[in-house]
Design a protein around this ligand. Structure first.
Ligand code: SF4
Length: 448
């Protein structure tokens, strides 16, 4: 079993992100899909239609986000957006972009008119000198800035994204000063993740000795201007009063599968001692190799609950940073709830939550002091499973029952068996889950 920090897949329950294409007209020095630009394909329109129709039939995502590459270069972008708006039942349609094409006000307006209501725009420097050097394209900052001003004037929701690295760490507060007048809904600060340059030969990983105080100053500046912030991949204990800004969740992302093979792993020496160990990822292995464990700098928040290595990451119900982790939020998924309708009641238990994402549906049953998760995944005919129904493999996990109460365990076991029988009886074969995290095979790779 790999730990949460090792595997790193906390899911933000409400969001689906689709990678539409891998072309880009910038060449950011820290781009996490740079290598894949020449090799990967985005999600085909046909696969996208399947995912959207699925959400239209049984809504599980409130938001769809289009990303790339640079998604504004995609010829069929408006087809994707229009289909999402008309068939997906999404509350929000978001574009993740470098913002350069939004300098064309008519284009920005067309996107808004088509149904994009949130723009997540990369801004890695406060001026052309910093941003153009990072993007390796003269004019990149000016275009992005004009794009942001256009969005502001057109009344769209703006979020910004700044990747934290050695090239901009001295300019973080200046970015806040620049952006704050646009009244963004949120500024996000994502620490650089070395996806390809594992040895950091480019020197992009910023040491915490420099990064943390600079980020705290920027967060102070944002707070003073009432701009909300979210921070990813920075230790919570280094952010002082801003620790609660840390939100390491990610949406369910449809991207080429092997992207995740490159994803950094995280660790913290104090994991078992720290109250926030389930939410904070600590440091990337690459950071530790470069700068060490930061043994003296990281100060664990005293743990008040026993630590258990989580089998899965946490699942969150919102894309807003928040105070407490919320495992297994209960969604309104009547079609999925109906699969186990009446089971909890028949055993004197409660169905405490239904957690649905692209790959699995988890029913959490609570029976007195005990609990168990019954998990549906796509039918495989290969993986071990408690039962197989027309659409699903049924298994269970995370059994929590007090020691020394065999009767309660036996009741829990009967409940699980009954849940499996109930799913089997009600599953007509039309409900879909997809075990794959991303795209695989021919559809994932660019034809040469
Ligand atoms: S001690 Fe480790 S887990 Fe705790 S906040 Fe610091 S980096 Fe995160």
């Amino acid at each position: 079993m790999q730990s949460f920090k090792g595997r790193f897949e906390p899911t933000r329950f409400e969001d689906l992100t689709v990678t539409v294409d891998f072309h880009c007209h910038s060449a950011c020095r820290f781009c996490i899909v740079q290598e894949g630009m020449n090799r990967y394909q985005g999600l085909s329109f046909a696969r996208f239609v399947e995912a959207v129709d699925d959400n239209g039939r049984a809504p599980r995502y409130r938001r769809v986000t289009f990303t790339g590459g640079e998604v504004t270069l995609e010829r069929r972008l408006f087809d994707y957006v229009t289909y999402a708006r008309t068939h997906g039942g999404f509350e929000h349609v978001r574009l993740q972009t470098n913002g350069r094409r939004l300098a064309d006000r008519a284009f920005a307006k067309r996107l808004i008119d088509a149904g994009i209501d949130e723009f997540f725009v990369s801004l890695h420097g406060p001026n052309a000198e910093v941003q153009d050097f990072i993007a390796q394209r003269p004019g990149a900052f000016d275009e992005a800035w004009r794009g942001l001003v256009n969005l502001r004037e057109l009344g769209a929701t703006i979020l910004t994204n700044t990747v934290l690295c050695t090239l901009n760490v001295a300019h973080l507060s200046a970015i806040v000063e620049r952006v704050a007048p646009l009244e963004p809904a949120r500024m996000e600060w994502w620490n650089y993740l070395p996806m390809e340059d594992k040895a950091d030969e480019r020197g992009l990983i910023a040491p915490m000795a420099t990064l943390a105080p600079a980020l705290v100053r920027a967060l102070d500046a944002a707070k003073a201007r009432e701009v909300r912030c979210a921070v990813k991949y920075v230790p919570m204990c280094l952010l002082g009063a801003h620790a609660e800004c840390v939100d390491n969740t990610q949406p369910d992302v449809v991207i080429v599968e092997e992207f995740y093979d490159l994803y950094p792993k995280f660790a913290c020496l104090w994991e078992a001692k720290c109250e926030h160990a389930e939410r904070c990822l600590g440091l990337t292995h690459e950071y530790v190799n470069r700068y060490g464990w930061e043994r003296a700098r990281l100060v664990p928040f005293p743990r008040t609950r026993p630590w258990e290595e989580p089998e899965d990451g946490l699942a969150y119900g919102s894309d807003e940073p928040h105070g407490e982790p919320r495992p297994a939020p209960s969604g309104d998924h009547p079609e999925w709830r109906a699969l186990v309708d009446g089971v909890a009641e028949a055993h004197g238990a409660t169905l405490a939550g239904v957690l649905l994402d692209r790959r699995r549906c988890t029913f959490r049953f609570v029976l007195g002091a005990a609990r168990v998760d019954v998990v549906l995944t796509k039918r495989s005919d290969e993986s071990p499973a408690l039962a197989r129904t027309r659409s699903f493999d049924v298994s269970y996990r995370d059994v929590r029952a007090p020691e020394g109460d065999p009767a309660l365990r036996a009741r829990l076991a009967r409940l699980v068996e009954d849940a499996a029988r109930s799913v089997d009886a009600r599953d007509q074969g039309a409900m879909r889950l997809d075990e794959r995290k991303g795209l695989v095979g021919d559809e994932a790779l660019r034809r040469r």
